[in-house]
Write a protein that binds this ligand. Structure first.
Ligand SMILES: [Zn+2]
Length: 464
């Protein structure tokens, strides 16, 4: 009796589990902290280590791509099938800073396994989730009897994600022809929890600005002049107060133009997630939920655009009193954007909205930081369904769907390559990304291997 492909993948994964975990531990010992210049050599060493590992896995093409900052790793494994779809995997090999004294139970760069978990900086974010693709593709070949993957497989593993990916967009544009793909798989995310495997379908975008208002040329006496000249701090407060309507909607005209509304199916699937508001509030260190009327908490953070005040200031803030009209005041705003919103148009809308509200005699300066686009793959997209099927085969349970409220460079790939972005991650919220005692659950990591092993066959069928 022959094995089913699913049991063959499982057997292969189990047989190679120990060597795979040794490899991961070896990679985690390289402190590839992109934010700290003293680790530049380590980031390079990490790129070289990965490039060697991918060559050893069987990728006929492995290259180190230089950027003005840290190097990225590119690898390519063409399919023998000339009609095979092209798939690009994205991840990163740099890590967040970590030091024992931050509260780690053991050396962050000397990985240890305790209770079925591997602890070490980068275990989940993102080395573990990059590395599962190496054993994954080997298991795919072993289980299908193929000598090349069912898709034309490419990997791009950058080295500056934890530093804000400053050169990523330029790299993607410059190498767009080499990176061209029919779908992008981002393995730098997580799932709902240990018992609820999920596929993320999109991320919000981000536009940020600082508004500075100046009135008098210097702080002036509030007795001599107060009530007779405009006060920049009052005007900043008026702006902030006008940002939302009473229903919690953003009151900037045109803000919602083009917004992709949630479908009934998506809302129903979100509602199936085991969401506990009290627990969520504890994580949020907050005492009540608030936001746009008519939407659940998950819908608000995943699928609705928002405006938030990140910082506000002006005038005297020292001890006691100082009766002045301040010469200037400022506010920092951020806007999370969803599919259908164009960051440049949002910037224009915010600028026009603010300018129209600033009274005569108050000068203003509005500065926008570089924006990040939102990305979203519709639930019925064949490639997204293929990811869910691959994950379902590995986990043996129903796969639900999430989105990500944050923003990331994945959207650049969607933008530059014009390909749908799909998220495949097995990390869970307790993995401690960026914090002390970062870990990865070994059982889930191996499920990641199995999912990756099924994915190339599923995608080849779905995208053909
Ligand atoms: Zn990451």
């Amino acid at each position: 009796m022959s094995d089913t492909p699913d049991s063959a993948v499982r057997t292969y994964t189990e047989q190679h589990r120990a060597a795979f975990l040794d490899d991961l531990a070896e990679w985690l010992r390289i402190p590839s902290v992109s934010a700290q210049p003293e680790h530049d050599k380590d980031v390079r060493r990490s790129a070289e280590w990965l490039s060697g590992k991918l060559a050893g896995t069987g990728f006929p093409v492995t290259e180190i791509w230089e950027t003005p900052g840290a190097p990225a790793v590119f690898a390519e494994w063409p399919s023998e099938d000339p009609d095979a779809p092209v798939v690009l995997v994205y991840g990163h090999h740099d890590v967040q800073p970590a030091a024992r004294e931050d509260g780690w139970s053991s050396d962050p760069f000397e990985p240890v396994i305790r209770d079925g978990r591997m602890y070490g900086r980068g275990a989940a974010d993102d080395k573990g989730q990059v590395l599962f693709h190496t054993l994954g593709v080997r298991a795919h070949l072993a289980a299908t009897g193929r000598t090349t993957p069912a898709v034309h497989l490419k990997l791009l593993i950058e080295g500056e994600e934890e530093s804000g990916s400053p050169h990523f967009r330029a790299l993607a544009e410059e190498r767009a022809a080499r990176l061209a793909a029919d779908a992008v798989i981002v393995s730098d995310t997580g799932m709902w929890d240990e018992n609820t495997p999920t596929v993320c379908t999109g991320m919000r975008g981000l536009a940020e600005c600082e508004i500075e208002l100046s009135g008098p040329g210097q702080d002036i006496h509030s007795g001599s002049f107060g009530g007779a000249v405009p006060n920049p701090a009052t005007e900043i407060a008026r702006l902030v107060a006008a940002l939302h309507d009473p229903e919690g909607r953003v009151a900037v005209p045109g803000f919602y133009d083009g917004v992709a509304e949630l479908t009934d199916t998506e809302r129903a699937l979100f509602a199936e997630l085991p969401f506990d508001e009290a627990t969520w509030l504890r994580t949020a260190a907050s005492h009540a939920t608030a936001g746009e009327a008519g939407y659940s908490t998950l819908e608000r953070v995943w699928a609705r655009p928002t405006a938030e005040v990140n910082g506000i200031g002006g005038g005297y803030q020292g001890a006691g009193s100082k009766t002045v009209i301040p010469s200037s005041a400022m506010v920092k705003l951020s806007f999370r954007l969803v599919a259908g919103q164009d960051p440049e148009r949002i910037q224009e809308a915010v600028r026009a909205w603010a300018k129209a509200r600033i009274p005569a005699g108050v000068r203003h300066r509005i500065t926008f930081s570089p924006a990040t686009r939102p990305c979203l793959t519709p639930l019925d997209h064949p490639a997204l369904q293929a990811v869910a099927r691959a994950m379902g085969r590995a986990f043996g349970t129903k796969i639900l769907f999430t989105r990500e409220g944050g923003s990331g460079p994945a959207a650049d790939l969607q933008d530059v390559l014009g390909a749908p972005v799909l998220f495949l991650g097995i990390s869970v919220p307790s993995d401690g990304w960026h914090g002390p005692d970062e870990k990865v659950e070994l059982d889930l990591l191996l499920k990641g291997v199995e999912t990756a092993a099924h994915l190339w066959s599923e995608l080849a069928d779905a995208l053909r």
